[in-house]
Design a protein around this ligand. Structure first.
Ligand SMILES: [Zn+2]
Length: 402
């Protein structure tokens, strides 16, 4: 680490020139999180840093590689040069976390985590949720050599899906293409790569638009900005997975997959003939282990069952569905709710549902089940076209006159 607190209570950073003289003059240091003693290490091979005792029980201590220290220092310098208020290894007592870098802007606070080691999905989920609970956005940045890429395809480990950044805006005015999740990779000393995930391919693969930013002139704001994906590129990317679901292998067998396929078969729908309303990439998809064709088929049939009894539905109507979805997908209820919300908006974009001013939805067209994979894929293509339309924002009612 670069930071420590002296026994007289001053917290210092080795990256801050103003602290240099004080650090030289003092020799007792402790960690803000666990209060254990820290040792200042000034070896020849590695840059100076503070270290916990090897047997420490500190929750924030993992042996830091030189790469991690180096990256953190470079990113710190880059952020500092933008004139932002930046804290290295900022301790957040509200959530008892230490952010590698914490950037405070006029409108938001962003934690930048340089994740060099492999972690598990649950850890990323928990830490992201903790940040969000105190109103902090988090950017998980990976070293460039974590990027596994072939053309426009990025290969992802489970935890890397979880690290995808969903942006800071949930503006309804955003179009489908403006809300794609992104992954960040740092290539020292001065290249920053963003992979804007724009289509789901399989549990291990996504389609992505890659952008290389040179630091500087690119700022944090630049790298966080959603990429624009050309409409035609987006349409064909979405259809790669849809084609696979029509003509390819059945989805891997999981307990949830069995439930959904049994339910579809009760309506005499084999999985290849699933509703064309299911299987679309949504911003929240990186949280979900299951294929979109499965969870969306399940949810779509559930939504339709309400329209057998009533004309209007709302998010409240779907309270039970939210609970089931959270159980089936092993997601916190808050996330299941966001997924449902995203899915309802997708159905509005597809012009299956109409959104009204009081946040209720009505059915615009009676769905039709495809009779063959060819017919299903033709319907998928029409929907892909609608999704990638330029003016597909859900919010302004001018697009959907009541
Ligand atoms: Zn500690």
């Amino acid at each position: 680490m670069f930071t420590a607190t002296s026994y007289s209570g001053r917290t210092v950073s080795l990256l801050n020139n103003a602290d240099r003289a004080y650090i030289e003059a003092n020799d007792g240091w402790y960690c803000q999180v666990c209060k254990e003693h820290l040792q200042l290490k000034k070896g020849r091979k590695r840059r100076p840093h503070f270290a916990h005792h090897p047997n420490t029980a500190c929750p924030t201590s993992n042996p830091e590689s030189e790469r991690h220290l180096e990256g953190k220092a470079l990113l710190y310098r880059w952020l500092k040069a933008q004139g932002a208020e930046v804290h290295v290894e900022a301790f957040l007592p509200e959530s008892n976390q230490r952010a590698d870098l914490l950037v405070k802007n006029k409108n938001d606070t962003i934690a930048v985590e340089y994740q060099c080691s492999t972690v598990d999905r649950e850890q990323i989920r928990r830490r992201t949720a903790l940040y969000h609970s105190i109103g902090v956005q988090v950017l998980w940045v990976m070293p460039y050599d974590h990027l596994r890429r072939k053309g426009s395809v990025v290969y992802l480990k489970e935890w890397q899906w979880e690290a995808a950044y969903l942006g800071h805006s949930s503006e309804l005015r955003d179009t489908y293409l403006q809300r794609m999740p992104a992954l960040f990779y740092f290539q020292p000393p001065s290249l920053f790569w963003t992979a804007h995930l724009n289509a789901y391919l399989s549990p291990k693969k996504a389609h992505a638009r890659f952008i290389a930013h040179r630091l500087p002139p690119s700022t944090l704001e630049c790298v966080r900005t959603p990429a624009t994906v050309p409409r035609e590129m987006q349409r064909s990317a979405l259809l790669i997975y849809k084609k696979e679901t029509r003509y390819g292998k059945r989805p891997p067998s999981t307990p949830f997959s069995t439930i959904v396929q049994a339910q579809l078969l009760r309506d005499k729908i084999p999985i290849h003939l699933h509703p064309p309303e299911a299987g679309w990439f949504l911003p929240g998809q990186p949280w979900v282990n299951e294929s979109p064709v499965l969870w969306q088929s399940w949810l779509f049939l559930h939504i339709l069952s309400h329209f057998n009894r009533q004309t209007f539905i709302s998010l409240q109507t779907l309270g039970t569905a939210k609970q089931w979805l959270s159980t089936y997908l092993h997601l916190p209820v808050t996330r299941a709710r966001i997924l449902m919300d995203e899915y309802l908006r997708l159905l509005v974009r597809l012009r299956v549902l109409m959104l009204h001013a009081d946040d209720t939805f009505t059915l615009m067209q009676m769905p039709r089940w495809p009779q063959s994979p060819d017919e299903g894929f033709a319907m998928d293509q029409q929907y892909a076209e609608r999704l990638c339309a330029v003016n597909d924002s859900v919010a302004p009612r001018t697009y959907f006159p009541l």
